[in-house]
Design a protein around this ligand. Structure first.
Ligand code: ADE
Length: 269
């Protein structure tokens, strides 16, 4: 997968050299490029913003600068993932065989904004199947609305929000999206089993609490069932904990659960 991040603060994304995402980049599993939006400005001050039409506080990012930058990174992504070349004719003749039905690469433009749709694990899973993600990090009062409108004609565009609070710009959201998506790419997480039971997974529940050594710490003992060696009891306890935690902390998630699927899962434990 290729990911391009456009920002006026490229250094914000330096953390993506670290840990699993950094290793995925070095291993060639993720082609991540961070670009300085100001490289597409033409004036002496490298201006990316201007005052809002209609008045009001703050500045708005100019669509012409964003348009040039996005056109360039999208074109570079297209060159990096060309359509499949036609295979030679099976009999060795020069006659061109019917062109293979090459699926066209899936490119997605993501614009982090507090007024976007909520970014979720389901969205991360969907985006992990794309060929190129482009993250356009706005600052100030945001990016001129014509940018998203323009690219919606040519590719998939999602304006996304991390949650109901306001950040100073899209860079932190870009970090979140890259990490949430990259860890789902094949080969990035050494043990894919660790993706199965985590919070916001298929069960629609938060994860149960976890413990390790020492068995007693600060006067607090690990729940006895976990040291019993009874796998059936451990599975039942973990599911009860996940259900109780979700009910207490995220009643909205409980409301979305399918009661029949819940019963089935409980019979299976
Ligand atoms: N930019 C500013 N606030 C944001 C938020 N809550 N989510 C995503 N991008 C943002």
């Amino acid at each position: 997968m290729r990911i391009d991040v456009l920002t006026i603060f490229p250094a914000y994304l330096d953390a993506l050299d670290l840990s699993l995402v950094g290793k995925a980049r070095r291993d060639g599993l993720l082609d991540l490029r961070v670009h300085d939006l100001r490289d597409w400005t033409t004036d002496r001050h490298r201006t990316v913003d201007d005052t809002p039409f209609g008045g009001g506080a703050g500045m708005v990012m100019r669509p012409d600068v964003w348009g040039k930058a996005l056109d360039d990174v999208l074109a570079a992504g297209t060159a990096a993932t060309p359509a499949v070349p036609p295979a030679p004719a099976p009999d060795g003749s020069d006659a061109a065989p019917p062109a293979p039905a090459a699926a066209s690469p899936r490119r997605v433009l993501l614009v982090p904004t507090p007024s976007g749709e909520r970014f979720t694990q389901a969205m991360a899973e969907d985006l992990a199947g794309a060929d190129q993600l482009v993250l356009a990090c706005g600052r100030y009062e945001g990016i001129d609305a014509r940018v998203a409108e323009h690219y919606r004609g040519a590719l998939e565009v999602h304006e996304i929000s991390l949650g109901d609070y306001v950040l100073n710009g899209g860079e932190v959201a870009a970090l979140v999206v890259v990490e949430a998506v990259a860890r789902l790419l094949p080969g990035v997480i050494g043990n894919p089993a660790s993706l199965v039971e985590e919070s916001h997974g298929a069960a629609g529940l938060l994860e149960y609490p976890v413990y390790t050594k020492p068995p007693v710490w600060s006067g607090l003992a690990v729940p006895e069932v976990l040291t019993s060696g009874d796998h059936g009891k451990v599975a039942r306890w973990r599911r009860d904990q996940a259900l109780a935690r979700t009910a207490e902390r995220r009643p909205d998630m409980v409301a979305r659960l399918d009661p029949e699927a819940l019963d089935r899962a409980d019979r299976a434990v």
